[in-house]
Design a protein around this ligand. Structure first.
Ligand SMILES: O=C(O)c1ccccc1NCC(=O)[C@H](O)[C@H](O)COP(=O)(O)O
Length: 272
């Protein structure tokens, strides 16, 4: 089994354990369930410059521990102050050290910004969980789901008021999975089987994603040059975790990147 297969096998067990503990009707009674969600797609579509989706990520299968010294409520508020367009908070415990507790701390500290529940969605029960913790958006990973599952899960997500980020890594996944139930297309620069990252993946796939979709580039992003290059290929948003989380002050790392982006835009006289 490769790591992705292991993650999905464990996730399916976890979902059946959770279903036995808490029913959907119990989730529907949680505080945030009826909260009005906020659209990340709209914010990205309307933006005239590249925008950052900042991730709270404690560890990962590719890098092990990234940062276990920081608090989600502080980091995410700092991200918002530094201009993040949306937040992404890992809720997978076993492989990423995330939790609902982290997510709820981020949600309570930041009421006015869209937050992605970053996890491996394999069952519609998890959409109800996402709603209950105050998520605005969920992730569907084409490498983990059939095209039929993507349609069913994304329709159900929309019924619940959640936006759908579809993650693809190659042309086959894109051709098989893209449909009108998708709000944002994310091209993952990381190969989830080998963990290699290459921004060429985003460049290659950019041409194949119709302009009607908001597109973002994910993983392995570190600097303003790369972001501006990808922006010129039509990417409006950039999902960044490790580059920020490696530092003692992830919010300051985002603020520094935003400064670099502004400077590079001015120096290159780009019309952004
Ligand atoms: O990050 C990993 O090692 C990983 C391994 C297996 C499946 C998914 C993985 N990452 C999830 C992500 O999508 C990233 O957290 C996200 O794109 C941010 O990437 P980065 O900026 O490189 O932390």
């Amino acid at each position: 089994m490769n790591i992705l297969e292991k993650i999905i096998a464990r996730k399916k067990e976890e979902v059946s354990e959770s279903k036995a503990i808490k029913s959907i009707s119990a989730l529907e009674k949680e505080t945030f369930f009826d909260r009005k969600t906020i659209s990340a797609a709209k914010a990205l579509r309307n933006s005239k410059y590249p925008r950052i989706i900042s991730e709270f990520k404690r560890k990962s299968p590719s890098k092990g521990i990234i940062n276990d010294q920081v608090l989600p409520e502080i980091v995410t508020s700092d991200y918002v102050d530094a201009g993040a367009v949306a937040l992404s908070v890992l809720t997978d415990q076993d492989f990423f050290g995330g939790s609902f507790a982290d997510f709820l701390k981020a949600r309570k500290a930041n009421s006015g910004i869209p937050i992605l529940r970053k996890d491996f969605i394999v069952d519609e029960y998890q959409l109800f969980e996402a709603r209950a913790i105050g998520a605005d958006m969920i992730l569907l990973i084409a490498a983990c789901l059939t095209p039929g599952e993507i349609v069913t899960l994304s329709k159900r997500a929309h019924d619940l008021g959640l936006e759908v980020l579809l993650e693809v890594h190659n042309e086959q996944e894109l051709a098989a999975s893209l449909g009108d139930t998708i709000d944002i297309v994310g091209v993952n620069n990381r190969n989830l089987k080998t963990f290699d990252t290459s921004i060429e993946t985003s460049i290659l796939l950019s041409e194949q994603i119709p302009d009607s979709f908001v597109k973002i580039s994910e993983s392995g992003l570190k600097d303003a040059d790369t972001i501006l290059r990808l922006y010129q290929h039509g990417y409006k948003g950039f999902l960044i975790g490790e580059t920020f989380m490696r530092t003692a002050n992830p919010g300051t790392a985002l603020a520094d990147l935003q400064k670099d982006l502004t400077q590079h835009r001015n120096i290159n006289s780009l019309v952004l």
